[in-house]
Ligand binder design. Structure first.
Ligand SMILES: *Cc1c(COP(=O)(O)O)cnc(C)c1O
Length: 362
């Protein structure tokens, strides 16, 4: 028996089989079929956003969002994130300019954004990291002042709301990931929610080789379509996601009960006005009796796999050697060297959480 850091939520096999039966009749397996359309409509409702485009995965969703806004030059972002955020910027021919993060919620430090803006800056790509919400109001003010686009990496923030407003409504666009390890999954999958409805033609065409109608290719697009089996998994999982999030809350509550107010253990405080999705449980070991490596190894010896998430910073990746200076984002560097994400998924039972906490506290 082992406990992984995460475990995908899936429907009962019978439910999925029932959902994909139609596909045997229709033989319509991909290219924006009935399941794709249905999932789009249901997600517009669930996320409470005016426009959405589904993609094969979250990373491509982000690359296509960058393409849709014709960004150029430099993009301000944070290095305390998954590889995808930085890679999407670099793979689009743009230069990431790394801004530091807050000490409490690990999202972009809005007080440090303006000093990084140059004539070449075209956008800000902040990350709602761990489902913690960025200071969207201040980011909007800065973006307006300097005429910048804002694309949120909301891969961790499915279902999160700010003062009752769906998180996908902020900025010009937001990217969601529906990867197996995320709160809501379509096996692999992702989406972009966006403000400007004129972009719907762009997204629909771009992900299908630039095709606007049969024989008419208006964009240099690629292939990033979500297929019908992915969409069917999404339709099933969406029926259960609220219940899954409630179960995640119980896990987080138990962790909080056990690990709050322990000297040298720092947890994220709940944010004001936020309905959380309980996506991750990051713990920062800072002055604790054990180092992060000691905690990690002790858990591993019991077949419990926590994750150094996010370590290293994306700016420290081997592929970017010599290009960025991680000392320019000291808070991000400090946190990344001390943070561990503990196992968290809907079906994690209280006994296992207690076992994990006992190992850490012993
Ligand atoms: C998962 C993730 C992505 C990429 O999503 P995929 O669906 O795996 O391609 C991007 N950014 C962050 C922060 C993520 O956690």
């Amino acid at each position: 028996m082992s406990i992984q850091v995460t475990r995908p939520s899936i429907p009962a096999l019978e439910e999925y089989v029932e959902e994909i039966k139609d596909l045997w009749d229709s033989r319509w397996l991909t290219n924006m079929g009935a399941k794709h359309k249905q999932l789009e409509a249901e997600l517009i409702k669930y996320l409470d956003t005016p426009n959405i485009a589904l993609f094969a995965n979250g990373h491509l969703a982000l690359e296509y969002a960058i393409a849709a806004f014709n960004l150029t030059g430099e993009v301000i972002t944070t290095p305390f994130t998954f590889a995808s955020t930085t890679h999407a910027i670099v793979r689009s021919g743009l230069t990431p300019v790394f801004c530091d993060i807050n000490t409490d919620d690990y999202t972009i430090d809005v007080n440090k954004i303006e000093s990084l803006i140059t004539k070449k800056t075209s956008a800000i790509i902040p990350v709602h990291v761990y489902g913690n919400v960025c200071n969207v109001k201040e980011i909007e003010r800065i973006a307006k002042k300097y005429n910048l686009k804002v694309i949120y990496d909301a891969a961790h923030a499915f279902g999160v709301t700010l003062n009752g407003v769906g998180i996908g409504n902020f900025g010009d666009a937001s990217m969601f990931s529906f990867h197996a390890t995320k709160v809501f999954n379509t096996i692999e999958g992702g989406a972009v929610t966006y403000k400007d409805k004129n972009l719907s033609q762009v997204f629909d065409a771009m992900k299908n080789f630039g095709t606007t109608s049969e024989g008419t290719i208006e964009y240099v697009g690629g292939n990033a379509k979500m297929n019908e089996f992915q969409a069917a998994m999404g339709i099933c999982n969406l029926r259960h996601v609220d219940k899954e999030i409630e179960k995640r809350k119980l896990v987080v509550d138990r962790y909080l009960e056990r690990l709050s107010n322990v000297k040298g253990i720092k947890l994220c405080n709940p944010q004001q006005g936020i309905k959380s999705n309980y996506a991750y449980f990051p713990v920062v070991f800072d002055g604790y009796k054990l180092t992060i490596d000691e905690v990690f190894e002790k858990l591993k010896k019991e077949n419990i796999f926590a994750r150094k998430y996010f370590y290293p910073l994306t700016s420290q990746f081997k592929c970017y050697r010599g290009r960025f200076d991680s000392n320019k984002t000291p808070v991000a560097k400090y946190i990344s060297e001390r943070v561990l994400c503990l196992p968290l998924y809907a079906d994690l039972v209280l006994e296992d959480i207690d076992m994990i906490c006992n190992i850490i506290l012993k």
